[in-house]
Design a protein around this ligand. Structure first.
Ligand code: SAM
Length: 243
């Protein structure tokens, strides 16, 4: 997976580049991350990337021209790599809200150019002319698109085959099969008076699977009941549920 990120704060992406599973995926060459700073595409002495809004009002608006040049450069880099299927994605609170279905849909691209806004946002004409998709990470407003871009990248990178130590672990997470994940326990057997459920220490794999499934169902119904109506159950799971 190839990511080009248009950002005024490239150093922030150390959080994805230098740590944990995402950092390892980049080090192994499973993921490539390039940051392009709009300031490097300005032509004035002050390297201006923002201006006051037409019509007045508070805040500044990101200039279209340096962003357009940065996007064109990112597109050229993608073409050099032979990547055809690379949409320009603007992280925006007005975009489609990211969820597991969205992450799966984005997985089909060879890569993407992620556009991170700052200030009041970006000149609308740049969005009209250059942006293919807008994605939001939730109904609240952040100061910039960098954290949303990293959220999107992390959610995609961990679904690339062989990026996780154990591919099965991503498959068992919340939302993948429509249910929330079951609770997890590790050592010690007793922590401040609370014991690990006996079944998890029984070594009986089918009983453990059944217990985990029923825990997932209970949690989903209690915490996110709206998810449960869309879940497809196997015959075995239906049997467990009706026992
Ligand atoms: N004036 C804009 C509005 O109300 O729609 C908000 C601008 S926000 C202060 C600055 C930048 O942060 C946006 O251009 C966008 O890139 C990013 N951003 C803020 N909240 C976001 C969210 N929930 N999801 C994705 N991006 C977000």
């Amino acid at each position: 997976m190839w990511f080009a990120i248009i950002t005024l704060f490239p150093d922030m992406f150390a959080a994805v580049r230098d740590f944990g599973i995402t950092g390892r995926a980049i080090a192994r060459g499973q993921v490539s991350v390039t940051c392009l700073n709009p300031r490097d595409y300005t032509h004035d002495a002050y390297r201006r990337v923002d201006e006051r809004p037409f019509g007045g009002g508070p805040g500044m608006v990101m200039l279209a021209e340096p962003l357009a040049d940065a996007i064109n450069h990112a597109k050229a880099l993608a073409a050099e790599q032979g990547l055809m299927n690379v949409p320009v994605v603007y992280l925006s609170p007005q975009g489609r809200k990211l969820d597991e279905t969205g992450v799966k849909a984005l997985q089909h691209y060879d890569g993407m150019i992620l556009l991170c806004g700052r200030y009041e946002g970006i000149d609308e004409r740049l969005i009209q002319l250059y942006v293919d998709q807008e994605w939001s990470i939730g109904d609240y407003v952040l100061t910039g698109g960098e954290l949303p871009a990293m959220v999107l990248m992390d959610s995609m990178i961990r679904r690339i085959p062989d990026v996780m130590g154990d591919n099965a672990s991503a498959e068992q997470d919340s939302f993948v099969d429509g249910l929330l994940d079951c609770p997890h326990y590790t050592r010690p057997d007793t922590f401040q008076g609370l014991d690990v459920p006996d079944v998890l220490k029984s070594g009986h794999h089918l009983e453990i699977e059944k217990w985990r499934f029923l825990q997932s169902v209970t949690r989903t119904k209690a915490r996110r009941p709206e998810l449960f109506k869309d879940v497809t159950l196997s015959k075995q799971q239906q049997k467990w549920l009706n026992e």
